[in-house]
Design a protein around this ligand. Sequence first.
Ligand SMILES: C=CC1=C(C)c2cc3[nH]c(cc4nc(cc5[nH]c(cc1n2)c(C)c5CCC(=O)O)C(CCC(=O)O)=C4C)c(C)c3C=C
Ligand code: FE2
Ligand code: FE2
Length: 329
Amino acid sequence: MSQPRFGVLLANLGTPDAPTPAAVRRYLAEFLWDERVVDVSRPLWWLILHGVILRVRPGRVARNYAAVWQAEGSPLLAIGRRQQRALAERLAECFGETIPVELAMTYGNPSMERAGQALRDAGVSRILVLPLFPQYSRSTTAAVFDRLARALKPCPHLPELRFVNSYHDHPAYIEALAASVREHWASHGGERGRLLMSYHGIPRRYAESGDPYPQQCAATSRALAEALDLADDAWLMSYQSRFGREEWLRPYTDETLQAWGGEGVEHVDVISPAFAADCLETLEELEVENRDNFLGAGGRVYRYIPALNDRADHIALFAQLVEQHSRGW
Ligand SMILES: C=CC1=C(C)c2cc3[nH]c(cc4nc(cc5[nH]c(cc1n2)c(C)c5CCC(=O)O)C(CCC(=O)O)=C4C)c(C)c3C=C
Ligand SMILES: [Fe+2]
Ligand SMILES: [Fe+2]
């Protein structure tokens, strides 16, 4: 068998192995201990994490996971597997040869170690890493880099590596988002609400110390509004999923929807461009919690637009990113 020219590592954040308090506790213990995610001094954070958070949070969060769990498991993982298979098929067509594609999570399973081993078993000596985060953040993209470096530590002969930092303004990404919004409008007889582009938040402090995430979210939002030809008052961007007490990026999604409901905005459509796959943060926080925020405050119609998941145009975007970043290999 001839050696593949290179392999692709799709990387996402991670998810628990089961919707149970024990599995959620294991997942959160690993995720929330990463200094890229929470940078509080270690001894203090150990006390807060193990003394309070991991005692209280897993029970509630496990119930939320149970409500969105699918026959194939966690939505993030099930969709990730579909993305992996579809990309491998697409790359075989584009390149006319087999390009191995593996999926790995920064936290939990499938692990970076297992994905790295699978690529080595396939004879790969060059790896293109594609973090499934369109907008760069230290808390996601840089955490993929750290975790992969840790997984490769025992490796005496490192593979050659390339790493996609972000694709927040890639024309094919913007066009796939715009197509998903147009299809959503069409599927509801052309009815349009005010469009809320809700991104996962980060602490404001991270942005103030050089994380380019909010600038990249703003660039995505402006490009999407332009592609859809939206007037300035027909859309807004906001940030969801706050954690802890410090100030996060504003405006907050929940407060925005409460305010809009109270101000007489009748109909909103919500899209979440930072998520390459639907997951707890979209299927529960946007589909359920924030729907209640808007309708409870007086809104009438609330519709969530699914993530790009394994749409053909999303997979075609990944294939374009692979083609562009693997030139010369
Ligand atoms: C504690 C701080 C957190 C930061 C900073 C953060 C940034 C960040 N996260 C995503 C994407 C996802 N986050 C998900 C879940 C999740 N996120 C945090 C906390 C931070 N995220 C927690 C504690 C959790 C777990 C659920 C909970 O306890 O509330 C997920 C979903 C995983 C799933 O299994 O479905 C994703 C995806 C981005 C894009 C981001 C910064 C840009
Ligand atoms: Fe998160
Ligand atoms: Fe959340």
